[in-house]
Design a protein around this ligand. Sequence first.
Ligand code: C2E
Ligand code: CA
Ligand code: CA
Length: 421
Amino acid sequence: MSLTPKLTGRTNQLYPKKPGTTDGVSILIVDDSPVRLQTIAFVLQDMGYKQIQMAANGLEAIERIEQGPTVHIIFTDLQMPECDGLELIEHLGQRQYDGSIIIHSQMEKRIVDLTIELARRQSLYLVGYLDQNLEPTVIQSMVDRALLAARNYNASDLASLSKEMILRAIENKNIVPYFQPKIDNKTECVVGFEVLCRLVHPISKEIITPDRFIDAAERAGLMMLLTLALLEKAALEFNLLCEEFPDLPLTLSINLSPGQLDDDKLPSTFNDLCQIFQLPPTRITLEITETDLIEKDTRLKNLARLRMMGFGCSLDDYGMGFTSLAQLEHYPFSEVKLDRSYINNIASDPYAQQLCDKLVDKCTANHMQMVAEGLERADDVEYLSRYHNIHLQGYLYSPPKPYTDIRRWLHNWEAHRSINP
Ligand code: C2E
Ligand code: CA
Ligand code: CA
């Protein structure tokens, strides 16, 4: 019996998604079939996208892209006269196109898979494929994913905090850990929390989310200070939760910025901190985003050292970077988190299903824990129930919450679990 619908009281999306931005998004559809061009354009227009261009083959597409303005997403067919989808992709690779690509094609799956692999090798963001299924919900989740991945699209119009503001918040202990639970999909047992950083604005006292300060803190070289301030509070509160729920195998996941892994002292610093805060390293997982994990020797060495000390290391946002499944087994990760853009709507997204299948196999074969993050919908949880022992995280269970609220949430969760073991 599943806890999810009872606890949430709803079977579908609990929290509204951030309003999807359609303004300013520029999309190019490439196809030699006027009917398919029009059909896709019509679905996108219906979703609110206004800047839509069309091209009948790869050559026309290249012209459009070169003429500007910036194209954020390209939907392309593979089989076209004059310049086909493969040539278009090759050209985009040569000019280091930093938008996103979605394939729509009725070609045999092996050809589509090969195209996906070619795009990955050229560091292109190919984020999905559509077959005959032009369901608006499937297209919507692909466009959402495409916008998240597109490096040439900046959705954030929020003002970043200044270096001084961030420093002031650190000095005044205005850094607050928010905890989001992770749940085992078979036992429905809470297995741990990811700690997400929040900052209390020094003047207005509003709670500020990371999109307004992590980049700025990275640029200003403040990430280690910020992580320390966060860990100090999070360790205390996490230990309280462990004392109160001694039967739960709780772990604490902490995000690291990739630059932090360049520091050779990072493993020993973390080891010392864990002793000071009385946290066994085996209970700590360090999350690092896939998009930034370039094959730098120092980073990999430090990851390996952290693992030797007993820390867990998690590859975050998998699917948004260029790590192939084959490369995964050469990295010292104990966990992989499939990005939420694949998880949201996975129940009806064949591309995401295929990636998830392969990732679960890879994780099982290499003793890595697989985490599905960003779960908002009960039908996606239902879909994921086919896998054994994966961990689930998302608003459907709980958004990140401060200590007092997450403690209350955990009491409720455990109370329901003991009624429906
Ligand atoms: P992330 O590590 O991928 O964390 C997950 C983000 O997705 C969090 O956003 C979380 O609130 C959000 N999320 C969780 N479940 C759902 C869901 O079901 N639907 C949706 N739409 N979103 C969900 P948040 O807290 O705003 O953090 C954003 C990013 O900021 C994090 O992404 C992480 O990369 C970074 N970040 C947060 N705290 C830290 C930190 O202490 N250090 C570093 N280096 N980065 C941090
Ligand atoms: Ca994370
Ligand atoms: Ca993530």
